[in-house]
Ligand binder design. Structure first.
Ligand code: PEP
Ligand code: MG
Length: 898
């Protein structure tokens, strides 16, 4: 008979940590902790296979499940000495989801299940606390009505606040047992009114309702969005964990908390966490009450008045410290744990790998190697290359004067500047219109994730360091200030007020996620310093491990310097047209385009030559000793044409033409499809003077720099080549210019001439082109455009629909399409290398900074990737990971053979 249910608790378990696929992350951790002998309330896990069956069989369960659940429930009853549904000694359980990958807060949970009008009395007698029993009962009805019955939650909140104001109560703590009893009755009336059926009294019916709701929650909108953002496959499904309840809200000797084995913001090796006395677990995570510190040191540092757990419950704190040490060394990684103290006894409810900032991830990985816990290779695999972006984000200039409006918790580091918005939808709408926004909420909930994703930063007025806002923002790498309690938010008015000052939606604020400060207006920021410390160490390990070289796409001397600072090993793409867009140059460019004849065009080019030359001098100096690939002019000439009347007058004057002539010439150059038109090497063929000037600027600059004993390695690259004869014509031109510059300067510069491969024809003809070309650089932006026949400027509108409907899995302009574009690259690489063994091969499209694409490039054995300067460290790490993954793939093959 198939096994659908796995039991755990009381020092034994049927599952282990490596069974996440079947038991989900939470389930696997409960089994592992039980197996380790840690105090875990007993329970059982219904497997993800049941979820798969549920969705594959019209929301029904496999046969045998019911009997297995009943049997597992019996074991729990025996272990805790209580019986589910027993009027005098009722067992209460929690029912929680648990997917393979952690999806915090995305799916549903029901607590205190098993209560009804009879068992609540039994609970009251057993605990000698009627207030607690009825409070638990009303919480259960509220949660169950929301999660299982799908009723309107606000109606319940209204009933409660009406009751409180009728009685003149301020807080929930003013409520007595009879008050909760009255609330329970009114809640049940509300259920009947909203749903037309009474609230279910039978504990087994409650249990199956909750199990069904957890499975159904796998397909709720927020879970679907979360999966899409985190690339979690729908087919994984969730498990359900049913577990004996323990209560952190039975009095002052009870508590509930969340702890990290190290600081998840900085990575420092200090015990870090928060707890609340006399509270139920959800209260900490939901940010309803602001929690207290776990350690005395953290409390001192924060100058908080309320005592830490270390001070209030020293014995339990020490026990928790022991568990911290044993879990971290067992899992060999930082853990994020949830615990509850019930009447002086500690219970562990969860442990999982702790989500951390990029800064913390790097420090923890490097520290664990130093502590001898993991190897350098493991450390490299522990850091998500894409997350390094966070480290490279600017911070607020410390020298800039700060006028702090308010202070909250430093929940996720980095500086964020943007306009205030008060809803997630508004954040998304404005951000897609190109505006930088800061999402301001009292607290966030899983419904807000799309807005948090769209925002530059997140500010909340309530909640702690482990509140939803804090955890999610850290995971996303968004700067976040949480729990800025002095700020009052008025959603209806669209304002926030602090210390008598009111700011409206649309006004700009700055967040410092590292200090928790909120400033009015836009503050100056400075780039991150990533050249030293743990980051440098990790990068050194990456460099030792990888064989794929990493170059940068940089167009100016200052970009080249930044790129070199980030470890670029040369420039893989210098887009020379970017040098023409400067305001003082564009007039000369326009004069050149408008020129009536070659002589006039040459005069304009003579003016551009020194400008380009001085840029190349700067770039060669910044990249001394490293190769610099310079691509000759690529875009369609009409991109430089004058548009406004003012620009037309200016060009007419400069070129000695009438305004009408300028307009006519501009109209003549109009193309219906400029991306496939007169651009790239086609410009060089029809207007050779342009490429001649550029080649001259390159070689004169190289000669000048070489004269000061700096090694220059220019590589001249031709764009949009389709045929070998195009290449040959232009290579002859370049060689001719190089020869004359050598003659004029007396300096011999060695250089290479290569091509971009951006068109399918070029990829197919690579064998022939390689007879003339020294190197290929795959321009995967255009190659994707021309392989798919998709406009790179217009495709995003409908590609999103394609992605949602799984017609494609990812945007091919962001992550390389292995099957189509990748196949062309493989063909070109193979054919090219067959002709020329030492042909240098790289890619310089946007894919060069994308970890998944870098993996592909490494697999097929190209020599380098080239990406924007800020992505260079990302690429260095991704290249190392690709190498490790390929190495371990080899190892596992060997194992399989053995
Ligand atoms: C490319 O096409 O991939 C490329 C790098 O060139 P550009 O983006 O300038 O067209
Ligand atoms: Mg291109």
């Amino acid at each position: 008979m198939a096994k659908w249910v796995y039991k755990f608790g009381a020092g034994s378990a049927e599952g282990r940590a490596d069974m996440r696929e079947l038991l989900g992350g939470k389930g696997a951790s409960l089994h592992e902790m039980s197996w380790l002998g840690l105090p875990v309330p007993p329970g059982f896990t219904i497997t993800t296979d049941v979820c798969t069956h549920f969705y594959g069989h019209e929301n029904s369960y496999p046969s045998g499940l019911k009997a297995q659940v009943e049997n597992a429930m019996k074991r729990v009853e025996t272990l805790v000495g209580m019986t589910f549904g027993d009027p005098s000694n009722p067992l209460l359980v929690s029912v929680r989801s648990g997917a393979r990958a952690s999806m915090p807060g995305m799916m549903d949970t029901v607590l205190n299940l098993g209560l009804n009008d009879v068992t609540v009395e039994g609970l009251a007698r057993r605990t000698k606390d009627a207030r607690f029993a009825y409070d638990s009962y009303r919480r259960f009805i509220e949660m169950y009505s929301d999660v299982v019955l799908g009723l309107d939650r606000d109606a319940f909140a209204e009933i409660l606040s009406e009751h409180k104001s009728a009685k003149g109560y301020e807080a929930d703590t003013d409520m007595k047992a009879d008050d909760w009893r009255a609330i329970v009755a009114r809640y049940k009336d509300e259920v009947l009114a909203q749903s037309g059926t009474p609230f279910p009294d039978s504990p087994p019916e409650q249990l199956w309702g909750a199990i069904g709701a957890v499975f159904q929650s796998w397909m709720n909108q927020r879970a679907i969005t979360y999966r899409r953002l985190h690339d979690i496959p729908e087919s994984w499904g969730t498990a359900v964990n049913v577990q004996a309840m323990v209560f952190g809200n039975m009095g002052e000797d009870c508590a509930t908390g969340v702890a990290f084995t190290r600081d998840p913001s900085t990575g420092e090796n200090v015990f870090y966490g928060e707890y609340l006395v006399n509270a139920q677990g959800e209260d900490v995570v939901a940010g309803i009450r602001t929690p207290q510190h776990l350690t005395a040191a953290a409390r001192d540092a924060a100058k908080a008045d309320r005592a830490s757990m270390e001070e209030v419950m020293p014995d339990l704190y020490r026990q928790l410290c022991d568990i911290r040490a044993s879990l971290e060394s067992h899992y060999r990684d930082v853990q994020d744990m949830e615990f509850t103290v019930q009447q002086g006894k500690l219970w562990m409810l969860q442990t999982r790998s702790g989500k951390r900032t990029a800064r913390a991830a790097v420090k923890i990985a490097v520290d664990l190697v130093r502590e001898g816990v993991i190897t350098e290779t493991e450390a490299l695999m522990r850091v998500d290359p894409a997350a390094l972006d966070q480290l490279l984000h600017p911070t607020i200039d410390p020298k800039a004067p700060r006028t702090v409006l308010a202070k909250g918790l430093p929940a996720s580091p980095g500086a964020a500047v943007g306009a205030i918005v008060f809803s997630a939808d508004e954040a998304e709408a404005r951000a897609s219109g190109g505006q930088d926004v800061i999402l301001v909420r009292v607290e966030t909930s899983p419904e807000d994730i799309h807005g948090m994703h769209a925002a530059r930063g997140i500010l909340t007025t309530r909640g702690g360091m482990t509140s939803h806002a804090a955890v999610v923002a850290r995971g996303m790498g968004r700067p976040c200030v949480a729990g800025a309690g002095d700020i009052r938010v008025d959603y209806a008015a669209g304002t926030l007020t602090v210390n008598g000052e009111t700011l409206r939606a649309g006004e700009v604020i700055t967040l410092d996620g590292a200090t928790g400060e909120v400033m009015k207006g836009s503050m100056p920021t400075i780039p991150a310093d990533t050249t030293s410390g743990d980051f440098g160490t990790l990068m050194e390990w990456a460099d030792k491990t990888r064989t794929l070289a990493v170059r940068a796409n940089a167009d100016t001397p200052s970009d080249a310097e930044v790129a070199r600072g980030f470890g670029a090993e040369g420039i893989g793409l210098c887009r020379t047209e970017h040098m023409f867009f400067e305001p003082d140059r564009i007039v000369a460019v326009r004069r050149m385009i408008m020129a009536k004849d070659e002589a006039a065009r040459r005069a304009a080019l003579d003016e551009l030559l020194p400008m380009q030359r001085s840029d190349f001098v700067g770039i060669f100096k910044a990249m001394s000793g490293l190769p610099v690939t310079i691509r000759l002019l690529d875009p369609p000439l009409h991109e430089f044409l004058p548009h406004s009347d003012g620009e037309i007058t200016e060009v007419a004057l400069a070129a000695g033409l009438t305004e009408d002539e300028v307009r006519r010439r501009a109209a003549d150059m109009h193309e219906s499809n400029p991306m496939l038109g007169h651009r790239g090497c086609r410009l060089g063929i029809t207007c050779p003077e342009i490429y001649e000037m550029q080649a001259r600027a390159i070689f004169e600059a190289a000669a000048e720099v070489a004269r000061s004993r700096i090694l220059v390695m220019p590589e001249v690259m031709l764009p949009l080549i389709a045929t070998r004869s195009e290449f040959d014509v232009l290579k002859t031109l370049i060689d001719r210019v190089a020869a004359s510059v050598k003659e004029e300067t007396g300096m011999k510069i060695s250089y290479r001439v290569g091509t971009m491969i951006e068109l399918p024809r070029a990829a197919l003809q690579a064998g022939s082109i390689a007879e003339s070309a020294d190197f290929f650089s795959f321009g995967t932006n255009d190659l994707t455009q021309t392989t798919f026949g998709l406009s790179r400027d217009d495709a995003s509108h409908f590609l999103e629909t394609y992605r949602k409907r799984h017609i494609i899995e990812s945007d091919p302009f962001a992550t390389l399409d292995r099957e189509g574009v990748g196949e062309l690259i493989k063909i070109a690489a193979t054919r090219g290398r067959k002709t020329r063994k030492n042909l240098k091969l790289g890619i310089c499209g946007e894919h060069g900074g994308d970890p998944a694409s870098i993996m592909f490039v490494a697999e097929i054995g190209l020599d380098y990737v080239s990406c924007s300067p800020y992505r260079v460290p990302v690429a260095r790490l991704a290249a190392a990971q690709a190498e490790i993954a390929m190495g371990s793939a080899k190892d596992s093959r060997t194992e399989m053979v053995a």
